[in-house]
Unconditional design. Structure first.
Length: 412
């Protein structure tokens, strides 16, 4: 008994009416994902000058010899934006293998054939991406279908289950109509998602980043090659670009905006909240190869007389800063930096302990005009985890983190 059929076998199958007369051949098949993302809902039949649309429940039997109908009330095919047509929209297209974390090109589709409510149905089981499916396509129509099946068993299977496939669609409205979800992508590690984005072409990169939650998109962009980051954001609407930029660390956001045309970056800054825009604009004033250009303005500073209890309260209010720093900086009444306390030390003392009593013995700082190379030297020489950037009056402007240094070394 036939348990599965391939799209290459389905294409061109003859379709017969109730009296066994040929109506035409299958030209395409379509899913309606809003109804059922697995079941083939429509079969498009080419007969003469027009195409007809056959619903899944109008079919009685499907085999390698043809398709037999049980209902002849067919309608002409009209474009339907809720349909995912397999030959037009899926075959030879790039899709994302969420499970394997890679971009692949579809060369065939495998359907499971089963009988439901007294008639045959096809349900998408896998997309095929390997040599076996390429072989089927090369010989289909030249070699009889049963012989093709016997010959292909010697070729290894390379396929992806349909539930692990994510389609890239540029049109937001069509993504909605086709029920294309980014939920599986948004649970991936940002580095894996960045690899996928880099594998896509420019238009698909824009479509994918534009469809993601802004926070997820920001995390992925942070892992992407700097040459690609700006081009992706430039292709988005100013509002969407601003939403993503707001979710990034200020130093990363400034680096990306510095790569854009001034008119475009200014337009994005206009769409951002005043506070976020101000932080980024301050960083844009520094040369990108300087310590000021590397620093982030997300840091925690407290008066030197503060206690550990005060520090814990400040960390709870500074979630963004906690993601990029592991140090609390101490200042005096003139806002000059006087010391630093690693956050790990907070857990070793009583809540009432003044921070200045547990601060590090030596405080290393750097001016904003100093070079990236000098900052890297200081990290290496003193085994630093964070390096405060200070102005001429010893007031803290920002902080360079170990992640910033790693990024510089990676680029070099």
């Amino acid at each position: 008994m036939l348990e599965h059929i391939f799209f290459t076998e389905l294409m061109g199958l003859k379709v017969y009416d109730l009296k066994g007369r040929k109506l035409g051949r299958v030209r395409d098949a379509a899913l309606v994902p809003l109804v059922d993302r697995f079941r083939v809902d429509r079969y498009l039949i080419g007969g003469g000058w027009a195409w007809l649309s056959v619903r899944h429940d109008q079919i009685d039997r499907i085999s390698l010899d043809g398709i037999w109908l049980r209902d002849e009330q067919l309608t002409p095919y009209h474009r339907d934006d809720y349909m995912l047509r397999l030959e037009r929209d899926l075959l030879d297209q790039q899709i994302i293998d969420v499970h394997g974390r890679k971009v692949v090109r579809v060369t065939d589709v495998t359907f499971q054939l089963h009988r439901s409510n007294g008639h045959d149905e096809l349900r998408v089981q896998e997309v095929d991406i390997g040599l076996r499916s390429m072989f089927r396509r090369l010989v289909q129509g030249v070699v009889p279908r049963p012989l093709v099946r016997r010959l292909m068993v010697h070729i290894p299977i390379n396929s992806i289950r349909w539930e692990y496939c994510n389609i890239v669609e540029a049109d937001p409205q069509r993504r909605l109509r086709l029920n294309i979800s980014t939920q599986a992508l948004e649970t991936m590690h940002p580095a894996d998602l960045a690899d996928i984005v880099e594998e896509l072409g420019p238009s698909d990169r824009q479509a994918l980043i534009g469809s993601l939650d802004s926070e997820v998109a920001a995390e992925a962009l942070s892992e992407i090659d700097p040459d690609i980051q700006a081009s992706i954001l430039e292709s988005l609407t100013e509002m969407k670009a601003a939403e993503i930029i707001e979710e990034m660390d200020p130093d990363e956001a400034a680096d990306i905006l510095a790569e854009m045309e001034e008119e475009r970056s200014d337009a994005i800054l206009e769409e951002m909240s005043d506070e976020d825009a101000h932080d980024v604009e301050e960083l844009l004033e520094h040369h990108e190869d300087s310590a000021g250009g590397m620093m982030t303005t997300d840091f925690i500073s407290l008066p030197a007389a503060s206690t550990i209890a005060d520090a814990f309260a400040a960390t709870r209010l500074s979630e963004d800063a906690l993601e990029s720093t592991n140090t609390i900086f101490l200042t005096d009444g003139a806002e000059q930096i006087t010391g630093a306390v690693p956050i790990a030390r907070l857990f070793l003392h009583d809540a009432a302990t003044p921070l200045e009593k547990i601060q590090t013995e030596r405080l290393i700082t750097i001016p904003p005009a100093e070079t990236k190379a000098r900052a890297a030297e200081l990290f290496d020489k003193y085994n630093l985890l964070a390096l405060p950037v200070v102005d001429t009056e010893n007031r803290i402007l920002g902080v360079i983190t170990a992640d910033d240094i790693i990024a510089v070394l990676r680029q070099d």
